[in-house]
Design a protein around this ligand. Sequence first.
Ligand SMILES: NC(=O)c1ccc[n+]([C@@H]2O[C@H](COP(=O)([O-])OP(=O)(O)OC[C@H]3O[C@@H](n4cnc5c(N)ncnc54)[C@H](OP(=O)(O)O)[C@@H]3O)[C@@H](O)[C@H]2O)c1
Length: 288
Amino acid sequence: MRSHRSQRSRRPGGARDHSAGRLPWAVWRTTPSRSEQVTGAHRNRPASPGVWHRHGDTAGTSPDLGGSSMKIGIIGAGNIGGNLTRRLTALGHDVSVANSRGPHTLAELAAETGATPVTAAEAARGAEVVVVTVPLKAVPDLPSGLFAEAAPGAAVIDTGNYYPKERDGRIAAIEAGLPESRWTEQHLGHPVVKAFNGTYAQDILERPLPAGHPERMALPVAGDDEAAKETVRRLIDELGFDTVDAGGIDESWRQQPATPVYGLRAGAEAVAKALAEASRKRPAAFTA
Ligand SMILES: NC(=O)c1ccc[n+]([C@@H]2O[C@H](COP(=O)([O-])OP(=O)(O)OC[C@H]3O[C@@H](n4cnc5c(N)ncnc54)[C@H](OP(=O)(O)O)[C@@H]3O)[C@@H](O)[C@H]2O)c1
């Protein structure tokens, strides 16, 4: 089995590595099984953000969501949206997927996966989980009222990253310090859970590991809606990855591009440490 631990490589969006700031962060294990708690010394972090690993299951099987299939809408069918469509359909979820050009352009992905191609406006209809995975600059173009017909309490996953120089152009509010996911949720009009933004798209297909595997990767997950965050963490567990609770959206800058955790392929403790070491200062390459 190839080692996934503490590898660092080119960033998920395509270019390079990053640096760290310095903040204390404590990590401890409480039990050898399901729960592992992480706490941060930063003032805005919740009292006991958690890290958990589930043991005794195999990546690719439905775990203790009751093994139930969820209705999931995916808006964006590119690198991330396409691979999430592949994995989530394989796990038995009822997936609808949308892009900018219309359902007729998604016939191949639909035939491959069994997902239902829809318009972006339809993707959230009845969905318990919605993944928004479009370029950041496209977020304001998404239909208004996107979540009006989503299931009550739907968890909305934001995978987005701000690449001002290469793709998105200057966004003044983010340059002024607004966390990228806060900007996105303001446009969406719905709370988001930030996840997968620092995960290489191919890792979603290639690096799932069974719960309890010593080389299982962990992904940071941030969000203000604790129930939605829990839903997302369980789904990521089902996909074959551990998670680290990275706090609320005000703290989610810790996992933005150019932070130590961004693109980090490592387990929960290393991910928690990287979150703690993040610097709020945005490197020149990520400003405009
Ligand atoms: N690539 C990675 O490894 C990676 C990793 C982590 C996070 N991310 C982040 O996740 C987001 C998506 O990245 P990606 O690489 O998957 O992007 P991508 O390959 O460029 O795909 C973007 C998708 O969004 C769709 N889209 C664009 N505007 C839309 C609109 N107005 N309505 C509906 N769909 C729209 C596109 O549709 P069309 O195909 O019809 O144009 C396309 O399917 C970005 O913010 C990126 O930074 C990427």
